[in-house]
Design a binder for this molecule. Structure first.
Ligand code: NDP
Ligand code: HSE
Length: 436
């Protein structure tokens, strides 16, 4: 059978990995796909740069338009990243009747509704397994394996860079900056690493997962996003003493009034499997009404691991090329005319437990004032810990764990506690999930 011709946009970490995996496993991939899949053309910013893989047999072109307009190319693989000009290239490829494989979660989280609508209209596939959790086949699992279920919630470690940083800080005592530099050297971080650190990359991925899980449009602008840049080694250590680990979690939950969509550092009981996911590994817990909880684990970033997902998409697209578009798995799992407009809940309406760390002057009545504020707002205390004052300091750290309470009530409590004359500085708040 005629081979499938792939045009590759980007020859960086994932692009090179894709060429490597396609060539090293060419025989098995062809047996699975039913025909050979070969990269015939590629582009990058600097075509003179030395690459880690052989580009023999691949035509190098200095203009992406030459690839998306080439009538001999069947599938365009976009591994450049960023929103423009990738959006134009992807839309042009679709308009030319080409299928697209991409790892670009930023593009899909922001313009996915437009891109999937264009692909649906043109009858082509846009596959994006590599866009969420690197090599972990979570899109396939949610769209197909769990299709019988009403998804109740998803909680995932879906950014390898931040999980790597948190693991290195906790286990090896590395500084934030050193751990980030290592993650960048290993090829895990985004071109702009603030996307990783500030939770934006995780929010891009979570937004895609929520659309697939609940049959709603992609709504990145409604995601609550908080990263790990404000986390201190002190809070990581206190959490540990209380039996918790801190992870950057993406959580999307079907609540009574709408859908929660949030990324933030989260205390998780240390005994949970997901709390023990370290380094670049990702893990996604999905709770379906029929199957119960299921957990998906694997490398969330890196060259070969991400290429594994890109190539899986290439095989999937190759197998489905001749299928009637109506018979293919819908891009976002639900039929495009069956999306619901269930609202995304404002963060104030979300309920979570909380870790609160206060700096209190060691004076009588301080704790009574704090607990009264919490009681007045119906915030129930789960545990409380007062640390010894450090040498030369007249304030002590007090840690309070609360039971699940509305975010708005916790916000009010924090304001009132910070206004007490006996409290120094800001209250540190980290949300807590039991994930039971
Ligand atoms: P890299 O920065 O390593 O590679 C980007 C590639 O795109 C480079 O080859 C670069 O060229 C090329 N490029 C950049 N701008 C242009 C342009 N204007 N025209 C043509 N080529 C261009 O990124 P990654 O491989 O890490 O990431 C690629 C995509 O995969 C991103 O969307 C990222 O979010 C996603 N992703 C990355 C993962 C990872 O572990 N790294 C994991 C999962 C998804 P040159 O080499 O000449 O500079
Ligand atoms: N920067 C991303 C991460 C790459 O660290 O998870 C994988 O999407």
């Amino acid at each position: 059978m005629k081979p499938i011709n792939v045009g590759l946009l980007g020859l960086g970490i994932v692009g090179s990995g894709t060429i490597d995996v396609l060539s090293r496993n060419a025989g098995e991939i062809a047996r699975r796909a039913g025909r050979e899949i070969r990269v015939v053309a590629a582009t990058a910013r600097d075509l003179t740069k030395e690459r880690s893989v052989s580009l023999e047999g691949i035509k190098l072109v200095n203009d992406a338009a030459a690839i998306v307009n080439d009538p001999d190319i069947d599938i365009v693989v976009e591994l450049v990243g960023g929103i423009e000009p990738t959006r134009q290239w992807v839309l042009a490829a679709i308009a030319n009747g080409k299928h697209v494989v991409t790892a670009n979660k930023a593009l899909l989280a922001v313009h996915g509704n437009e891109i999937f609508a264009a692909a649906q209209k043109r009858g082509v596939m846009v596959a994006f397994e590599a866009a969420v959790a690197g090599g972990v086949p979570i899109i396939k699992a949610l769209r197909e394996g769990l299709t019988a279920n009403r998804i109740e919630w998803i909680a995932g470690i879906i950014n390898g860079t931040t999980n790597f940083i948190l693991s290195e800080m906790r286990a090896k005592g590395l500084s934030f900056e050193t751990a980030l530099k290592q993650a960048q050297a290993l090829g895990y971080a985004e071109a702009d690493p603030t996307f990783d650190i500030e939770g934006v990359d995780a929010a891009h991925k979570l937004t895609l997962l929520s659309a697939i899980a609940y049959g709603i449009p992609i709504q990145f602008d409604k995601a609550y996003t908080e990263g790990i840049s404000a986390l201190t080694a002190k809070d990581i250590a206190y959490a540990e003493q209380l039996g918790y680990r801190i992870k950057l979690l993406g959580i999307t939950r079907r609540a009574e009034q709408g859908i929660e969509l949030r990324v933030h550092p989260t205390l998780i009981p240390a005994k949970r499997l997901i709390a023990n996911v370290e380094g670049v590994m990702n893990a996604i817990l999905v709770k379906g009404d029929a199957v119960g909880p299921t957990l998906y684990y694997g490398a969330g970033a890196g060259s070969a691991a991400t290429a594994s997902a890109v190539v899986a998409d290439l095989v999937d697209v190759t197998r489905m090329l001749t299928a009637d578009p109506e018979q293919r798995v819908p891009h976002l799992a639900f039929q495009a005319d069956q999306l619901h407009n269930t609202p995304i809940l404002p963060m104030g309406d979300v309920r979570t437990g909380c870790y609160l760390r206060l700096r209190a002057y060691d004076k009588p009545g301080v704790m009574a004032d704090v607990t009264r504020i919490l009681a007045d707002l119906s915030i129930s205390i789960d545990a409380m810990l007062q640390k010894e004052a450090e040498e030369g300091e007249d304030v002590v750290d007090v840690i309070i764990l609360t039971h699940a309470s509305p975010e708005a009530a916790i916000n009010t409590a924090i304001k009132r506690i910070e206004a007490l004359a006996t409290i120094a500085g800001k209250v540190v708040r980290i949300r807590l999930e039991e994930l039971s």
